[in-house]
Write a protein that binds this ligand. Structure first.
Ligand SMILES: Cc1ncc(C[n+]2csc(CCOP(=O)(O)OP(=O)(O)O)c2C)c(N)n1
Length: 559
């Protein structure tokens, strides 16, 4: 006979789980008691939102399913932002929540919340387990659903009596069979051939690669395909890292804060090959003017994405790794698109991203360029949301997939620091930085307690402009500089860190940047870098909301 809690822990171990991020409470006491002498590592966060983000950061950095655990009611509700963040970016996590005993469900019992109902729209699937013997099957299914097809979060709600009851050990199913859930991995051969025919005809083809390339671990295939055909590649915010920043075919990010040359290329291409991307509004701007001269091939594992925002000529539903491998092996001849690439090289040369001004002030672009130079792509960089996120996406040179971790779809401030904690447990071999704004870091600053307790060597690089910078930028540009509630009083982050027992340095000039970053790396533990940057710096270029992506402001005059 085994208790539900024991069955749960054993089921997690069968799935290969090594780390859980969680926070205890009444309804999960039986689970915590089981964790007490289990080989599973449990990281006690300071807020359940951080547990969900840490599981998410772990998943993105490792490619495996992340796990978080919270008690019923407020604990479960605190996970919701983290679950929604993972859902929007298709990240595989399993969230375990305690629940009031089955006999009290629906009674407004103490710390009861209908977390299954609450998370219905932000989970790929969720369960309320009412029978202890179901636990092993449900856990197995949950990991399978989270980690296959278009990945995403799955929640398992576990009433207290389900966890405490002892049952005869149920037989664990060997394979998961779910009627109605059979993701398509292999692309349809006829569609692949049609796509290849369009590619053969195209004179100005462009690959638009999204987070799906990274989720599918398809970078080698993508690079192989692009290189063989000489097709330039632009990536979304989520796709950054799928091709090295300095690869000659890489155009960097497209869209609202994309490079001018990427946005020009989209506007002038005659064939757009969208791979694991979803034509998000931050990418397309005014959709009716997006890639106006192009035929469109769309490769995606989720059939619901095809044709959702943009009419597609050749849809291919399948795992992008498998589809790209099939396309590569069916290629008759390699291409070069020389004239097109020459034009793009010209744009790259005449419309580069602007580096930091050299006026003696500390600019964020300088900080990112220095970080990039010191780390050489061998680090995991997590960001918060706002200008800090866009400057990092633009100015840090990423060389490997899964080394850039950011909340793209939901744009969750407060995501970065806890996600960096998760990323550390996935990649303990690499330095992990959270690039933050002074607004975002204060959304989950309590996690300094977590990194201090376990000596987690996350480096917190705060681009401190004493504003909710991105919102201030919009107010400056579109609301006549009326800075309505976006100014933040200065905070001495090093002093806060010290109160938690963490070291840090305040950096106020360019000369101090490099040595401070190096000092943080040499320090064996968490470290705070409080960069006092130019306060009213903007992120450029920028496509105003609703404009065509060719209508950027803050770029170079079109030549
Ligand atoms: C949880 C949450 N609340 C509000 C927003 C809206 N928002 C987007 S960017 C931003 C400002 C971010 O300020 P800060 O973290 O200081 O970064 P900066 O833009 O200055 O780099 C805000 C408030 C958000 N994205 N997430």
């Amino acid at each position: 006979m085994k208790t539900g809690a024991k069955l749960l822990i054993e089921s997690l171990q069968r799935e290969g789980v090594d780390t859980i991020f969680g926070y205890p409470g009444g309804s999960v006491l039986p689970i915590y008691d089981e964790l007490y002498d289990s080989p599973l590592r449990h990281i006690l966060v300071r807020h359940e939102q951080a547990a969900a983000h840490a599981a998410d950061g772990y998943a993105r950095a490792s490619g495996r399913v992340g796990v978080c655990l919270a008690t019923s009611g407020p604990g479960a509700c605190n996970l919701v932002t983290g679950i929604a963040t993972a859902y929007m970016d298709s990240v595989p996590i399993v969230a375990l929540t305690g629940q009031v005993p089955t006999t009290m469900l629906g009674n407004d019992a103490f710390q009861e919340s209908d977390i299954q109902g609450i998370t219905m729209p932000v989970t790929k699937h969720n369960y309320l387990v009412k029978d202890t013997t179901d636990i092993p099957r449900v856990v197995k299914e949950a990991f399978y659903i989270a980690g296959t097809g278009r990945q995403g979060p799955v929640l398992i709600d576990l009433p207290k009596d389900v966890n405490t009851r002892s049952v005869k050990e149920p037989v664990v199913p060997e394979k998961v069979v779910l009627r109605g859930y059979n993701p398509t991995y292999k692309g349809n051969k006829r569609q692949v051939d049609k796509a290849l025919a369009l590619i053969a005809e195209a004179e100005r083809p462009l690959i638009y690669a999204g987070g799906g390339v990274i989720s599918a671990n398809a970078s080698p295939e993508l690079i192989g395909f692009a290189t063989k055909l000489g097709i330039p590649v632009t990536t979304t915010l989520m796709g950054i890292g799928c091709i090295p920043c300095d690869h000659p075919l890489n155009l960097g990010m497209l869209g609202m804060h994309g490079t001018e040359y990427a946005n020009f290329a989209v506007t002038e291409c005659d064939l757009l090959i969208a791979i694991g991307a979803r034509f998000d509004d931050r990418v397309t701007g005014n959709i009716s003017t997006f890639a106006p001269h192009a035929k469109v091939i769309h490769i995606d594992i989720d059939p619901a994405e095809i044709g959702k925002n943009k009419r597609v000529d050749v849809p291919i539903v399948g795992d992008v790794k498998s589809v790209l491998a099939d396309m590569l092996s069916s290629l008759k001849k390699a291409g070069a698109c020389e004239a097109w690439n020459k034009k793009i090289r010209y744009w790259k040369q005449h419309h580069p991203l602007r580096a930091a001004k050299e006026d003696g002030c500390l600019h964020p672009q300088y900080v990112l360029a220095k970080m990039s130079e010191i780390l050489k792509g061998d680090a995991v960089i997590v960001s918060e949301v706002g200008q800090n996120q866009m400057w990092t996406a633009q100015h840090f040179c990423f060389r490997h997939p899964r080394t850039w971790i950011t909340s793209g779809g939901l744009g969750t401030m407060g995501y970065g620091f806890p996600a960096a904690i998760g990323a550390h447990f996935a990649r303990p071999d690499l330095p992990v930085f959270d690039v933050a704004g002074d607004g975002s870091i204060q959304m989950n600053i309590q996690e300094m307690g977590t990194v201090a307790q376990y000596n987690i060597p996350v480096k917190i690089a705060i681009l401190n402009n004493q504003y909710l910078g991105m919102v201030r930028q919009w107010q400056e540009l579109f609301y006549d500089r009326r800075y309505s509630y976006t100014e933040l009083p200065p905070v001495e982050f090093v002093k806060i860190a010290q109160a938690y027992g963490i070291e840090g340095i305040k950096v106020e000039s360019c000369e101090e940047v490099g040595p401070a970053i190096k000092a943080s790396l040499e320090h064996d533990g968490p470290f705070v870098l409080d960069f006092r940057i130019e306060r009213e710096e903007n992120v450029f270029p920028m496509v105003p909301a609703g404009a065509a992506i060719s209508e950027m402001i803050g770029g170079h005059p079109r030549s």
